[in-house]
Design a protein around this ligand. Structure first.
Ligand code: PLP
Length: 409
């Protein structure tokens, strides 16, 4: 295994300067940066092996098919799925979620049924279920949280015999909190509901194991784990995927097409219409190799160490308030906070003026903001290339924010 302390050297972007300062990237929850070796493997694929996967019998079509399917096999291994038929390539978590909503949700729910989600969901795992509820007559019910981001006692009992879908984030993109997957999944399965787990913020940062998690669907995005943008994954249990109708229609997802009728291809191709993102699949394959060269457990432990380092210092700054849990073990590299009287966009702009990138806004989780009465916040999010000196620089600038804005302290 490689030592994580070396990781930052692999990222050319971190050698950039911005506003006369070394660029410090603390927005990996939005998108992660790309190591040289991932870019090299993609460029090599594009320059020497580019062809249209599954179409044609010439060498380049064959090599592109191999690269694309090898990436699928690598995903099976990385998330410990059972078989390649369970892995569908999409553009991102959002598209994966839409595939589930349109293909499973619209066809399996009806009036009287319930969809249960948490109030902390990213809009990708929320607007989709509003849509399904509106179309089918099902009800959308929320499980609420306490101040520290944990599910309130008894909320799990909203999962009852009427519940058909339970959807929640494995790790919240605002709170950094890991929801109790086993408890929620066992409860959902005990009433015959399917579990949709949003792995966008967990897969990049910890070992995820489909057979252990036992969710029915799982989604994640390549760009949050050192691959390029435009490649994502939907994992689904085979029996469910087999029974679902296609989501998008067109080339490659068919078996036979006659003038009036079509039969559909087998899994996973039934859900992959049109020319796929082979470059993205190659990037994802390389990114999984890259992350595994350090080990996912080591990455998770390193991020916990970073949070344990920065969190108490952040909380010591007057007028700064951390949202959700203040236990470093529960933050998974994500800390959202507010500064009294200063809009998060101003906080982010002042940090940016010193070369430091953080996220500000509602983080695509507006119901959570409304629930906590914090419409917007600033978020720093870390990854394996983050260093303590980056966090020191962030803290130094953060301490100046209120005075820059004209407050006395
Ligand atoms: N779910 C969570 C928890 C996220 O943090 C994000 C993105 O930030 C998404 C879903 C959507 O990911 P994407 O924009 O890659 O589809």
């Amino acid at each position: 295994m490689r030592p994580i302390s070396e990781a930052y050297k692999d990222f050319p972007i971190l050698k950039r300067e911005h506003n006369g300062h070394r660029l410090i990237y603390l927005d990996s929850g939005a998108t992660a940066q790309i190591p040289q070796m991932v870019a090299d493997r993609v460029v090599n694929h594009m320059l020497y092996h580019n062809g249209n996967p599954h179409r044609g019998s010439h060498i380049l079509a064959i090599e592109a098919s191999e690269a694309y399917e090898n990436a699928r096999e690598r995903v099976v291994e990385f998330i410990n799925a059972r078989e390649r038929e369970e892995i569908i390539f999409t553009r991102n978590s959002t598209e994966s979620m839409n595939l589930i909503a349109y293909s499973y949700g619209l066809n399996n729910l009806q009036a009287g049924d319930k969809i249960v989600i948490t109030v902390a969901e990213h809009h990708a795992n929320l607007v989709t279920w509003q849509f399904v509820a509106n179309k089918t007559g099902a009800t959308l019910e929320y499980m609420y949280l306490d101040e520290s981001g944990h599910l309130k006692d008894g909320e799990i009992n909203k999962i009852d015999e009427y519940t058909k879908i339970v959807a929640f984030a494995h790790v919240s993109n605002v709170l950094g909190m890991e929801f109790p997957v086993k408890e929620l999944t066992d409860k959902a399965h005990s009433v015959g509901a399917v579990v949709v787990l949003d792995g966008a913020q967990s897969t990049p940062h910890m070992k995820v194991d489909m057979q252990e998690l036992d969710c029915d669907f799982f989604v994640f995005s390549g760009h949050k784990m050192c691959a390029s943008q435009g490649i994502g994954v939907l994992y689904g249990k085979r029996a469910l995927l087999e029974a679902m109708p296609p989501f998008l229609l067109g080339g490659d997802m068919i078996e036979y097409v006659k003038e009036q009728t079509t039969t559909f291809n087998e899994l996973p191709y039934k859900f992959e219409a049109g020319t796929p993102n082979a470059d993205g699949a190659v990037a994802l394959h390389a990114a999984m190799d890259y992350l595994d060269s350090f080990g996912m457990d080591a990455i998770e432990a390193y991020e916990e160490e970073l949070v344990a380092y920065v969190l108490p210092k952040l909380m010591d700054i007057p007028h700064v308030h951390v949202i959700g849990s203040t236990n470093a073990k529960e933050k998974h590299g994500v800390i959202a906070f507010t500064v009294d009287d200063v809009h998060p966009h101003d906080v982010a702009t002042i940090l940016d003026s010193k070369g430091i990138c953080v996220r500000s806004g509602h983080h695509c989780a507006q119901p959570l903001g409304a629930f906590y009465k914090v419409a917007a916040s600033t978020r720093l999010s870390m990854y394996l290339y983050t260093r303590k000196e980056d966090l020191d620089a962030f803290l130094d600038v953060l301490k100046t924010v209120r005075t820059v804005m004209g407050f006395e302290d």
